[in-house]
Design a protein around this ligand. Structure first.
Ligand code: ASP
Length: 350
């Protein structure tokens, strides 16, 4: 089957969860209001030029992505799983604020994907003249429908498509609140770039072990994770509250540079205390690019010896989602630590 034939037959499900992209200015009072998503083709007539069947599904109520919850991810993952056989690909319209968290979560919840799940959104509402929403949506739709020479999905991954870049979802971070280039994937190259042509970086795209097997849906999530961001002047009280809280099962420690934290005795003592309580401690760098390596500096080595696991070059968003997923699946912290060290969905370079 050649690429064009595949495109003509492509069928896609467009899932609208909320966010700026689905807003339109009400001419009466000039406020931004969500538009009726059933009429997406009226709003973006360009989509009709693709010979795709595009169905849409809207969350009810739609939400600003600041209100995204693990229960929304469960709903989204279950929806994609239930409708999986009906479509060639899925496009998720989502607010930008938590898009990287949601894309990371979905990458862990849908194991063995054979079809694209492309998240996109916009910085300006789709109903505004200078919107980036139309371009983002059109590129996401085209990528979600794209097949390779064997009729397989070209990008069977959970991705974020934004400002002409297609990125692995669990590698992205929102870096800009104003600019159209809102997302970056510093530790992994783009999976595709849309210029005059969409150029795919096929070597970087993950492929399933078995194209004929339906993905495994994982919906169990354990959210007992807190994040400790190290900073000069951090106090023992604050560190103790976060590390040793009774309800906390895991702590992401956002460290400096290649995984360094203060070497003060009280700090190390608290790390040892939390590790002794059986808590999972995961070291992720505050830097956007580069990796944790606790063997380089003495301050990093102290953390490793005290029982802290390496998050390698993970984003914080992805580390959080991975912990929710692994802890939801495993009651045993030792098993979680062992799985944390593995590259499950391309989220770490290992
Ligand atoms: N607050 C909005 C949201 O994340 C911003 C956006 O859509 O870009 O839902």
């Amino acid at each position: 089957m050649n690429g064009n034939n595949a495109k003509e037959k492509a069928s896609l499900l467009l899932i609208y969860t909320g966010g700026t992209i689905g807003m339109k200015q009400d001419p009466a009072d000039l406020t931004l209001k969500p538009f009726n998503f059933g009429q997406i083709l009226e709003e973006v007539p360009e989509l009709a030029k693709f010979a795709y069947r595009i169905d849409s599904y809207s969350f009810d109520p739609i939400i600003d992505s600041s209100d995204m919850e693990p229960s929304s991810w469960q709903k989204l993952a279950a929806l994609i799983y239930e409708r999986y056989d009906e479509y060639d690909g899925f496009v998720v319209l989502h607010g930008t604020d938590t898009m990287s968290y949601s894309a990371s979560a979905l990458s862990f919840m849908l194991e063995g994907l054979t079809k694209p799940v492309i998240f996109t959104g916009s910085q300006l509402p789709i109903g505004m003249p200078r919107t980036d929403g139309k371009e983002n949506l059109i590129s996401a739709v085209e990528i979600a429908a794209e097949k390779d020479g064997h009729g397989h999905a070209r990008v069977p991954e959970v991705c974020v498509c934004f400002d002409n870049m297609l990125m692995r979802g669990n590698r992205t971070t929102k870096v800009n609140a104003d600019n159209f280039r809102a997302f970056r994937s510093e530790n992994f190259p783009p999976l595709a770039e849309a210029g005059i042509y969409i150029r795919y970086n096929d070597a970087a795209i993950r492929k399933p072990d078995d194209w004929n097997r339906k993905p495994v849906l994982h919906t169990a999530l354990d959210t007992r994770v807190s994040i400790l961001k190290i900073h000069p002047g951090i106090t023992p009280q604050v560190v103790r509250d976060i590390l040793c809280g009774k309800e906390t099962r895991a702590v992401i420690i956002e460290t400096y540079g290649s995984g360094n934290a203060p070497s003060k005795p009280w700090f190390i003592e608290l790390i040892r205390q939390a590790a002794g309580m059986g808590k999972i401690l995961l070291n992720v760098s505050q830097c956007l690019a580069g990796s944790v390596n606790m063997d380089i500096y003495a301050n990093g080595k102290i953390l490793k010896d005290a029982g802290v696991s390496s998050g390698y070059d993970s984003t914080t968003e992805s580390a959080l989602a991975k912990l929710f997923h692994l802890m939801g699946e495993n009651g045993d912290n030792g098993a979680v630590k062992e799985m944390l060290d593995r590259n499950l969905r391309g989220e770490i370079s290992k």
